[in-house]
Design a protein around this ligand. Sequence first.
Ligand code: GCB
Length: 762
Amino acid sequence: MHKIDFNDRWVFIKEGKESYIEKEIPDGEYITLPHCFNGIDGQSGDGMYKGKTCYQKKVALTGEELREYHYLEIGAASLVSHVYINGILAGSSRCGFSMYRVFLNPLLKEGENLISIVVDNSRFDDVYPLMADFSFYGGLYREVSWITTRALHFELLDNSRDGMYITQKAIKNGIYELKIKGSVINELHNKLESKIKVTLLDKEGNGVLSKTMKCAVIEKEEFEFIEELNQPRLWQGIEDPYLYTLKVELYQEEQLVDERNLEIGFRTIEITPDKGVFLNGKPIKLNGVSRHQDFAEVGNALTKEHMELDMSLIKEIGANSIRLSHYQHHDYFYTLCDRAGLLVWAEIPFISVPSTADKENQNAKDQLERLIKQAYNHCSIYCWGIQNEITIAIENEQIYEMVKELAAIARNLDAVRYIAQANIHSVANESSLNDLTDFVGYNLYYGWYYKEMKDLAVRLDEFHKVRPNIPVMVTEYGVDTNPVLHSYTPSVKDYTEEYQLLFQENALKTFKEREYVLGGYVWALFDFGSEIRNEGGTKGKNQKGLVTIDRKIKKDTFYLCKAYWSKEKFVKLAGSRFVNRHQEENDMVVLSNVNSVKLFVGEKMIGERNDHEPVKIFKGVKLAHGENFIRVEAVDSEGNCYYDEMFLNRVKDMDLSYVLKKTEEKTTVTNWFQKFDLTNVQEVAIKEGYYSTFDTIEELYKNEEAKAVFKKYFGDLAENPQMATMRGLMTIDSMSKRSRFNIPKELLSVINKELNVIEKRK
Ligand code: GCB
């Protein structure tokens, strides 16, 4: 297989005329892939383009070249795409985060060929994600490659990436089994003799294992090697992410015709309900971050440099695990994770609400199949996440069935890895949803969307008590934070850096104190585009990141995590952006993984600490009027020094630019029910054939009277774009189970009294 970049000089137009399928775009723009057409508007919060677009490129081929076999590999195109060669459909994909390939030969001709790719990011009722808190960027946003093969080659069209699957597992006392299973294709469909050779090389390039197998191929032939390896050097996570290279060569009569070089790590991962996670038999708390793939101004059109920058930040913070949410990420990113030693939670966008248009849930199944087949060979991946908060609107048997089916598909495709899910907090501990995967994650926002920070520990302990046999972790926790906002008295929904710090510290302590908690994934490492958001002084972004979307500002909480997780010694003064201080006495927060720390104001040392605490607070430090130079000095046990410094300005009056102007916030969280009388409410026995709180909003809306009742209590709620997508699923009853709607139980009876007298027409 010969693969070349096919990224330069595409012609792009942000419209999808039928004629572009076969005719050249007259006045398009020249672009280079990867390309996203929502790089700016997908993060502006002012509405983004959603619709058809077209990418075109010409390629000239000679008669001789046509005797070879040609494939186009599309890294990813969002959300739905169709590839046309000289006006004829050659292939398409409804899995906007996965790679796909198209066999070109039947449609190619000698001379010039026109390739048109129509990419559409409109809403499709049967394509995930349907609804989520991130921007559904459109574009041909990963690289495109042109692949040329000989007649004999490894499989290219089974939705896998490598045409083979490598499985490693420990079988006994330091002995590992290495299984390589794949297929060889013969384009000529006449019998060809081939030979497959596998060689395992260590980092220095020494052969550790070598095996050859003969294989006669007519059309397609499967092959399988099962070898044993004694005492391989293990992949030890971030401590020592040791990788071997597996070279798999395909020969036709002694001539090398195809080849794969795949990195592989040997490791065992055990997840227990009471003692947490074990990597190669050693306990490891998952100090995790979550990542969305987008970046300021380019949307999801990432280059290798973007991904390497992200990885350098992940390494800096000291995370040992990552949740790559909420969809399949770039293959190179999984490779970076293998090399960095991160344990990866990989997942599909079966998120928020299931499709009512796709009864078979085919799109979720397809995305799962592609994720697993394409990412299978990455040793960093320890689990497949099959759903995220899929019960936001409603939790019922149908959804359980869907999750069950996805779990079965994942198990069938990968017998070794764990299968997991991330539940919304409203899923009861006892819910049978929790029984459908090997372990469970909960997205818990106690102290942000609901209740208080301390309730995180309460909830986890309750879960563990009720479900002692289900391993549990926190798959999301976080708070929106705008690094220009500051407070002496941080509180929920103030969006300050100081509140994020408190929130994060509470969570990290909670995990640390509980052996049974597998760990947590902070939501999120980077701010990300979310077209539906307008809060915390910013539009179009979710600001729960520890780093801003342009990766330029590391919020204080970044260093808090670093102090907890990283072995790279450092010291950092929190609050350096909270420059103008109107109080004389200030608590100085020092974040460090070095025990011995001294704090200075000007030349004067005003305090010293020597302990293991990652957060060291120097209380009531007095500031003089005007500029104050604050310096912190840390010395480790070997005598190495680390410094940080900042200027603080003592001012007379409070700097109001640090306080959020509460104008834009109008969320669905209200107390509007207070205006209804809920005293002495009697329960209503629901009559069949009449409307009730158990009908979906869509059904209520079909009847003018029932709609009026709904509107009386909820106003235009059902018409806001987010709710609109849930109308077919959500009932008033299911809304009442979501704390953000704040619906008192008694209100259901009040509403039923009015709804349950309206007869349903046949
Ligand atoms: C969640 C979702 C995630 C959101 C996050 C939030 O539970 O899984 O996609 O971005 O909450 O910030 O609200």
